[in-house]
Design a protein around this ligand. Structure first.
Ligand code: NAP
Length: 288
């Protein structure tokens, strides 16, 4: 039976430390970090993710402004909002909740966020920094996944890692971070053949597919470390579930994360961390 890596508990411990840090920052700089979140439309998932981010800011003492706009907003209007936030010296981080309505070009919106306020780490310059191993903002979910592996003191060097999914948000950046830790990484996707044969070889398996219980126990190596990124609704119970068949895979893996309570809370705590990082950079620049 695998040990369950609790993202919820890890995130709670990080939150406690960050709360103290924010108090100290307020004393030192006279203000706290400020995260601006833009929510377009009323997609239930997006509304709930934004609520989670607002709650985390409140708990940590980080200032949060959420700008809510109807899905009829034009791209030009949205870009104008971002332009103003870019110019506002009292805003440290800008997050546009994705996905955006179809009539808005997501790439244009991401590219319009000032790179030093891009708390999601999705701006092309932050992406380039990640791939070139230069300082920059690391995307929250991949960062949280690596912290979960670090929490069990897992040495990735020389290990076979398999990432299922190649999105710019999760799959590709987490593969790069695993490679940076000297793992031998294979990324599989919807066009890959014989995925089970590849996953069965993996010492570390990261599932970021977006398909309920996609990873079954016959796809997992004995004693593997399995991190479940997926957030899905079970079609029968309507409850949240991951990409991994937890009940079966927990019997085969050595470590496993759960949904909910796994990667999700780590993503939010890394977002808070990135906001503090952007704030500190702004304060340093001001003092230069
Ligand atoms: P995405 O952009 O939809 O990417 C899904 C990836 O899975 C794609 O690369 C796709 O391949 C691959 N895929 C789809 N069907 C497959 C199949 N049958 N076999 C192998 N690969 C397959 O999703 P995402 O943004 O990366 O998110 C993945 C999951 O993580 C979702 O459930 C999402 O809600 C969740 N998520 C959770 C958090 C969190 O904080 N917990 C954060 C972000 C995302 P192709 O490239 O070939 O299409």
């Amino acid at each position: 039976m695998a040990f369950v890596i609790s993202g919820k508990e890890l995130a709670a411990a990080k939150k406690a430390a960050m709360t103290t840090e924010v108090e100290n920052l307020k004393e030192k700089y006279g203000r706290v970090p400020h995260l601006a979140v833009i929510l377009i439309g009323e997609d239930a998932g997006s509304v709930s993710y934004v609520k989670g981010k607002e709650k985390a800011c409140l708990e940590l003492g980080i200032k949060n402004t959420t700008i809510r706009k109807p899905s009829s907003i034009t791209e030009k209007e949205l870009l104008e909002i971002i332009y103003k936030l870019n110019k506002d010296a009292f805003v440290d981080g800008i997050l546009v909740q994705l996905p955006l309505p179809r009539h808005i070009n997501q790439t244009s919106v991401i590219n319009s966020i000032q790179v030093d306020k891009d708390v999601d780490g999705f701006h092309p310059l932050n992406v380039a920094s990640l791939y070139l191993k230069q300082p920059g903002i690391v995307p929250c979910t991949p960062k949280g996944i690596i912290e979960m592996l670090d929490s069990i003191h897992y040495d990735l060097e020389g290990k076979k890692a398999c990432v299922i999914g190649r999105s710019n948000i999760v799959g590709m950046p987490v593969a790069k971070l695993l490679l940076d830790r000297n793992a031998t990484v294979t990324v599989v996707h919807s066009k890959s053949n014989h995925i089970d044969q590849i996953t069965k070889e993996a010492d570390v398996l990261i599932a970021a597919v977006g398909k309920p219980r996609f990873v079954t126990s016959d796809m997992v190596k004995d004693g593997a470390v399995v991190i479940d990124v997926g957030v899905n609704r079970d079609s029968v119970t309507n409850k949240l579930c991951g990409d991994v068949d937890f009940e079966q895979v927990v019997l085969k893996a050595s470590y496993i994360s759960k949904v909910p309570g796994g990667v999700g809370p780590m993503t939010i705590s890394c977002l808070m961390e990135n906001t503090i990082e952007c704030f500190l950079k702004h304060m340093e620049e001001k003092n230069d």
